[in-house]
Write a protein that binds this ligand. Structure first.
Ligand code: ATP
Ligand code: ZN
Length: 225
């Protein structure tokens, strides 16, 4: 990332929930791209801003290593990665703007049969999640000694399988929870798609390019007065 660059690279999701709205937002900021053959890299036409099309989970790492300069990713994914940095270690990326789409919540969910007092006493219980760093931080802040069981998928089935007592997962409608006889209790994180960028300023032509882009973005988002 130490190399001087005269173009800005924005990583977005290649396919999935954030792919189309991210492209639409960038287009409404006046960006356009040459049709790319490989569909992984799109060269900016009107502005020196290129696109990198990747898996959402790869975006924090690409930012950290400087392969991309900016990224559009769920706050849930960005903060999970940021929480994974140890104490005294500062993540090199941070949220620059909330983008107002891709809204969802990371929430605890317990078996429907549990009473409210049962759901409030989590010490010694096992929580299945794909967000171990965020959940561990949330538990620590509340002084709760629960065990975090990391699963990469099908988290909501863990209580029925006996792999965990409760879960912490992304919830939007609650239909998946209901289908698994679970109900949401505490919200661990309110999430939406965010523009992520470096903590340190760009030391080359990217500063001006990114600055111009941010002004256009803020106008589109209606943040400018
Ligand atoms: P990829 O192939 O890029 O890894 P993915 O399957 O991990 O894709 P998506 O399901 O497309 O990711 O979700 C991307 C982001 O959309 C999530 O990280 C989250 O921020 C947001 N999101 C919004 N609503 C939901 C939902 N109901 N379930 C999951 N994610 C949601
Ligand atoms: Zn993903």
């Amino acid at each position: 990332s130490g190399a001087m660059r005269e173009r800005v690279r924005i990583a977005i999701q290649k396919s999935g929930r954030l792919a189309e709205p991210a492209r639409a937002l960038l287009s409404s900021c006046g960006l356009s791209w040459r049709e790319s053959r490989d569909r992984l890299f799109c060269h900016g036409d009107s502005t020196p801003i290129d696109l990198l099309l990747v898996r959402d989970d790869d975006i924090p790492g690409l930012l950290a290593e400087g392969t991309c300069d900016l990224g559009i990713v769920g706050r849930n994914v960005l903060l999970e990665r940021a929480s994974g940095y140890g104490t005294g270690e500062v993540p090199p990326f941070r949220e620059w703007r909330g983008l107002g789409f891709g809204a969802c919540r990371l929430a605890l969910a317990v078996p429907q049969a549990w009473s409210d007092s049962q759901a409030a006493a989590l010490d010694g219980l096992r929580i299945a999640t794909s967000y171990p760093a965020l959940v561990s931080q949330w538990l620590k802040e509340r002084g709760i000694a629960a065990d975090v069981v990391t699963l990469s998928g099908s988290v909501e089935i863990a209580p029925r399988l006996g792999t965990a007592d409760l879960i912490c997962d992304i919830v939007s409608s609650g239909a998946t929870l209901a289908a698994n006889q679970l109900r949401a209790t505490d919200i661990v994180l309110d999430s939406e798609a965010v523009l992520a960028g470096p903590v340190a300023p760009f030391g080359d032509a990217r500063a001006e390019i990114a600055g111009l882009f941010l002004r256009r973005l803020d106008a589109v988002l209606g943040l400018r007065d």
